[in-house]
Ligand binder design. Structure first.
Ligand code: BG6
Length: 486
């Protein structure tokens, strides 16, 4: 359907997420003709900016964004013209709600984007309701963190749910907005090649890695309350696991896709007590050199205590306990300050049942499907090939490669462009439903509890390296290796 005129209100509209992601993505949507002419963006914050201040700030943020490249003055003028600022202090001076009401246009759809700490989500929603700003069509977008455990997540969901119906709540996991992540579904379900092999009979194990070179930077305060498990595993990595492991949905729609993901989360074998020690590894970076730059260790980063148990790296072995996946380990791994920034899903197929070529059975890396999310988005399949030569028969794994950049001349949109467009169009398929987020916490909570109760403390690893030794042992005890070591 054609986009409907919408008033998009961003709470936390002058903050980091808004400037770094939301406004540049909205600019790109506008440039590409995806914003209805009358659509308006209202940034709500408590820092008293004028509309002109906000536009200056947005202008600079958009120009500084690497996906924008060349700014078209006409588009910039049009986009900045859509922006206005309203001062709202939740719990403070109530006149802000009346100002917000004045900034909204009768007849427009309303989208309220909560780019604020989750503790104030409930109060904001109540403020909207009390000021009579919530129409039956209004939608609300929630950003992470969606709680810090099951109980706090339920509390936030209850508070927001008291004002908005579940079908109107859009919980963002920006990984679902990434092109390659959506491509994973196409790869699995738009051809017949892989699905017959996509099970424990033919797959040895799956690896999901999200490695970053960045540290926690200026986010130490937030990170100290979170750690890699809550910041990355509970959301992004488990979502990738769901898309890899789920059964074929009957349709590409909001309920069918999310129902299948939910079944995967519910089938995860619980890790508790002793099995946590055996199947999980935590790490924390110390100082080191990342891509030629000397960097501080986590405990020396500003904004947090010098003693802390917060992890910046997690590796774990999960199992989806159902008929399809029984006995197939899903190794998940994520860390900051690693040697390379690389996110990928690796599906490692089993060795052939009977070898006729000497050396073929132990050909490391042959028979792997690699779905690369970033950088260099692409898919490749490594197959064994004969090394040319008339001497002894020798085999080597070679890749069959698909590079998105080389294959498609079009730009891959930013994750937030895709997700904002879906919110404006009212399509929640790529957003997280309440039952999913709670099922994910339900699995993660006992792991965090066991860490808190039993330790051990995170294992130090030097910045710029491959992560803690424990991660290698986690896969290595079975003779397997992480993908880049092959
Ligand atoms: C965010 C985390 O959700 O995802 C960050 O809070 C992390 O800590 C980021 O750096 C990674 O996202 P991307 O898109 O850069 O892989």
């Amino acid at each position: 359907p054609p986009p409907h005129p919408t008033d998009l209100v961003i709470f936390g509209g002058t903050g980091d997420l808004s400037m770094r992601k939301l406004l540049p993505s909205l600019y790109l949507l506008d440039r590409d003709g995806h914003l209805e002419e009358r659509t308006r963006v209202v940034a709500a914050s408590r820092n008293g900016l004028t509309d002109a201040d906000l536009r200056d700030k947005a202008d600079a943020a958009i120009r500084g964004h690497n996906a924008v490249q060349v700014v078209e003055p006409e588009v910039m003028r049009r986009f900045l013209g859509r922006l206005s600022h309203v001062n709202i202090d939740v719990g403070g001076d109530p006149t802000g709600w009346a100002d917000l009401a004045d900034a909204l246009t009768p007849g427009h759809d309303r989208v309220f984007y909560l780019a604020v700490p989750p503790m104030i989500s409930g109060a904001l929603c109540r403020g909207l309701r009390d000021a009579d700003l919530v129409t039956p069509e209004s939608r609300v977008v929630m950003e992470k963190p969606l709680g810090r455990d099951l109980a706090s997540s339920q509390e936030i969901n209850d508070e927001v749910g008291a004002v908005f119906d579940e079908s109107r709540i859009y919980r963002i996991d920006h990984y679902l907005g990434k092109e390659t992540v959506q491509n994973l579904l196409v790869l699995r379900f738009a051809n017949v090649l892989l699905e017959p092999l996509w099970n424990s009979r033919w797959i040895d194990h799956v690896q999901i890695t999200v490695a970053e070179t960045v540290g926690v930077g200026g986010r130490r305060g937030y990170y100290e309350t979170s750690g890699a498990m809550r910041d990355m595993v509970q959301n992004h990595l488990l979502q990738l696991l769901c898309l890899t492991a789920m059964e074929p949905p009957s349709a590409y729609d909001r309920d069918a896709v999310r129902d299948e993901k939910l079944k995967v989360l519910r089938a995860l074998r619980p890790l508790t007590g002793e099995s946590v020690a055996e199947h999980t590894v935590r790490g924390r970076y110390t100082s080191g050199t990342v891509r030629g730059e000397e960097v501080l260790g986590y405990l020396d980063e500003a904004g947090g205590p010098a003693v802390s148990d917060t992890e910046t790296f997690v590796a774990l072995k999960a199992e989806v306990a159902n008929w399809r996946w029984s006995g197939v380990p899903f190794y998940l791994r994520t860390g900051k300050r690693m040697s390379h920034a690389r996110s990928e899903i690796v599906v490692r197929f089993k060795d052939v049942p009977h070898t006729i070529f000497p050396g073929a059975a132990s050909l490391p890396g042959a028979g792997a499907l690699v779905i690369r999310l970033q950088p260099d988005e692409g898919i490749h399949l490594t197959m064994p090939a004969k090394v040319p030569g008339a001497g002894t028969l020798r085999l080597r794994p070679v890749p069959l490669e698909l590079s998105f950049a080389d294959t498609f001349a079009t730009r891959s949109p930013e994750a937030y462009e895709r997700l904002l467009r879906d919110v404006l169009a009212g399509d929640p398929t790529l957003f997280i439903r309440r039952d999913e987020v709670e099922a994910a916490w339900n699995w993660v909570d006992p792991i965090i509890r066991a860490w808190d109760e039993l330790g051990p403390a995170p294992e130090p690893y030097p910045a710029g390296g491959p992560g803690p030794e424990g991660a290698r042992r986690l896969v290595g005890s079975t003779g397997r290796t992480w993908h880049e070591e092959e």
